[in-house]
Design a protein around this ligand. Structure first.
Ligand code: ADP
Length: 297
């Protein structure tokens, strides 16, 4: 790691740190808006980010900027640190006691790991959708209403629920059965419900960790269409094993690989980060080319 950054890095080394509840919530206010017409700013800036588990480095030296109103895909072979890194973007790694994050993760130029940042507030702004749809064992309505209620959001709850379900492209399918249990929905509908649930608390960013890997091609298509619609107003980061999916939906792609060190140690590294078209047609690094053409993975 760059020694000139060692101060910042060491103050940012954490083991399950969370901000004290009484401290200010210092994240800048950001309205969801259509920013497609203006030059895109960086929503995240990562600087020399290293993540370890129990002191063993899982992914290291990640430096890049992710732009707002874009879909950024993280691709690479299993174990190269894609999920580890995406979890850094909303402090989800705080929930893993052995995880430590060093370096800087800036969100709208604010250090996400600064002592005065409330991780709950972070996860409201930067929502996450997981591999397996994980609705609550409650009604469709209650799945959506839960977050806004916990956060004490103001407004008519019926309207909040409808708005979120519309954003999740689900309203027309479920408007007549809002009181039915979410477990009665198909897998694809459950995943769109989880996206709608994330939208209900009005985030700025949606992180998706292999959101379609448990879905059939039709449901996958529906989620991809939804992502393309949502990026007009939100920024999206997706981890995917599906090369075609990365090529179809993302604007930029980060390719990670596993470096094999001495004594059998393995560490994830960012190999190349570029517009998706470049990654898939004329990447700079031979390892990227071999991966996207299916020579390993
Ligand atoms: P990917 O998403 O690219 O498959 P991961 O981020 O899941 O990679 O894993 C990167 C490395 O970190 C792997 O060596 C994995 O074993 C390790 N790892 C991931 N999660 C944990 C955890 N909770 N505890 C310990 N090691 C972990």
């Amino acid at each position: 790691m760059d020694k000139t950054r060692s101060d910042a890095a060491s103050t940012n080394t954490r083991r399950g740190v969370s901000a004290s509840p009484g401290l200010p919530r210092a994240l800048p206010k950001v309205e969801a808006r259509d920013r497609s017409a203006v030059a895109k700013a960086a929503i995240f800036k990562l600087r020399d980010v290293n993540v370890s588990y129990g002191g063993v480095t899982a992914v290291e030296d990640v430096t890049f900027d992710l732009l707002e109103n874009e879909i950024t895909a993280f691709i690479g072979p299993s174990g190269c640190g894609k999920s580890t890194l995406i979890r850094c973007l909303n402090r989800m790694n705080d929930l893993i006691p052995s995880a430590g994050v060093a370096g800087q993760v800036l969100y709208h130029d604010q250090d996400l790991y600064a002592a005065n940042i409330d991780p709950v507030q972070v996860r409201k702004r930067i929502g996450m959708v997981f591999q397996k749809p994980n609705p609550f064992p409650k009604s469709i309505y209650e799945n959506i209403a839960f977050g806004p209620r916990v956060l004490g959001m103001k407004g008519d709850m019926d309207e909040i629920v409808e708005k979120a379900l519309r954003k999740g492209a689900l309203w027309e399918e479920v408007k007549d059965r809002l009181k039915s249990n979410a477990f009665g929905m198909s897998g694809g509908q459950q995943q769109r419900l989880c996206i709608a649930r994330t939208m209900a608390v009005e985030p700025d960013v949606i992180l998706m960790d292999e959101p379609c890997s448990a879905l059939d091609p039709i449901s996958t298509g529906a989620i991809e269409e939804l992502m393309l619609e949502l990026k007009r107003n939100y920024s999206i980061v997706i981890v995917t094993h599906n090369m075609q999916q990365a090529a179809r939906v993302s604007d930029r792609t980060a390719f990670f690989n596993v470096d094999k060190l001495e004594e059998g140690k393995r560490v994830g590294k960012l190999v190349e980060f570029a517009p998706t078209e470049k990654i898939f047609t004329k990447p700079d690094d031979i390892r990227t080319e071999e991966y996207v053409t299916g020579k390993f993975g």
